[in-house]
Design a protein around this ligand. Structure first.
Ligand SMILES: [Fe+2]
Length: 334
């Protein structure tokens, strides 16, 4: 829970507040959009909850902030709010909540399916959530979109005797994964579940299209609230190849979906035709970016930070590769 002594100045007075440990990962603005706003490089409370619905959403934000940066002076209802997770999104698709610092606060999702339930990336291994998932039939498969989001997959896999699915290029993040894929083209993995290998953000990045309706997009595509449009992942955070990422997005044009469910960033539901139009526009913008992977001090700094993070999560081989890329780019800076 956040420390009121570190409360950010941008908060309005009242029971909820954000402290200076905030990493601006956006989950609070997604969960309680009427109450949390951007302020400098942080999120803050822009308006205190005005009714029960808003208060419940603010409590959800308290529970899902990966860094525990949101506090409240009144914990009434917090235990009850915990029971709401996983939060229903649409039909049998749920938002897990309890975003983990081990995935940089990534969103994870749960699908209840007659052929076995799925987790799409992982939340914190949180006791109440685990119990709830047990009551919903447990977990059979854990889909790991890419190496950054392995999080606590191992714990979930051990607890539920679930099978972790990861691409071979990402296996350093989960060396004991039960299912390691090598495919480069999309294919139906199980009825209703269509895997789309999508190199770009990382080499072995994968998306999952469920029932031709729900796209679990990993770190490749999200909804940009400020621009009110879907957007391709920023080249600054594209570790492998922005060009390949754009080509991967082109592959998606041949598929249909109406829900975009990203790891980082806002989810959205759009009509299929509108989704396709916005995807095409995003691809056009991506191809028109002048030199998206240009050698700049900022890009080098971000790559070095990422290399440090990789070392801390025991991925030394990829850390070496990223560090080498940073070193090479530094030599190109004019
Ligand atoms: Fe990532």
């Amino acid at each position: 829970m956040a420390d009121i002594g570190k409360k950010l100045d941008g908060n309005v007075d009242g029971e909820f507040f954000v402290d200076s440990t905030c990493q601006n990962m956006d989950i609070c603005r997604q969960l309680a959009p009427d109450n949390f706003i951007y302020w400098q490089d942080y999120a803050v409370v822009g308006k205190q909850p005005a009714d029960d619905k808003e208060r419940r959403q603010a409590l959800h934000a308290v529970l899902c902030c990966p860094y525990g940066s949101i506090g409240t002076t009144n914990k009434a209802g917090l235990e009850d709010a915990m029971q709401d997770f996983p939060l229903p999104i649409d039909n049998e698709v749920y938002f897990c909540g309890f975003n983990s610092p081990k995935t940089s606060g990534g969103n994870s999702y749960f699908v209840q399916h007659k052929g076995g339930n799925w987790l799409f990336n992982t939340p914190k291994f949180q006791a109440q959530l685990v119990k709830k998932l047990e009551s919903m039939g447990g977990v059979s498969y854990i889909f790991i979109s890419h190496r950054d989001d392995a999080g606590e997959s191992e714990k979930f896999a051990a607890h539920f005797k679930a099978q972790r699915i990861i691409h071979r290029h990402e296996v350093e993040a989960q060396p004991h994964a039960e299912i390691v894929l090598s495919e480069t083209e999309g294919y139906e993995y199980r009825p209703d579940f269509f895997i789309i290998p999508s190199p770009g953000h990382t080499e072995g990045h994968m998306m999952m299209l469920y029932k031709n309706k729900y796209l679990f997009s990993g770190d490749s595509l999200y909804y940009d609230r400020k621009e009110s449009r879907i957007e391709i992942w920023n080249p600054l955070w594209t570790w492998y190849s922005y060009e390949e990422q754009t080509m991967s997005m082109e592959k998606l044009l041949g598929r249909e979906f109406e829900w975009l469910l990203p790891v980082h960033g806002q989810r959205v539901r759009l009509e299929k035709a509108e989704m396709k139009k916005q995807l095409q526009d995003a691809i056009d913008r991506a191809w028109n970016l002048p030199d998206p992977e240009a050698a700049t001090p900022l890009r080098v700094k971000i790559l070095e930070q990422y290399a440090g993070e990789l070392k801390s999560v025991n991925q030394p081989e990829y850390a070496k590769l990223i560090q080498a890329k940073a070193d090479w780019l530094r030599t190109l800076i004019k």
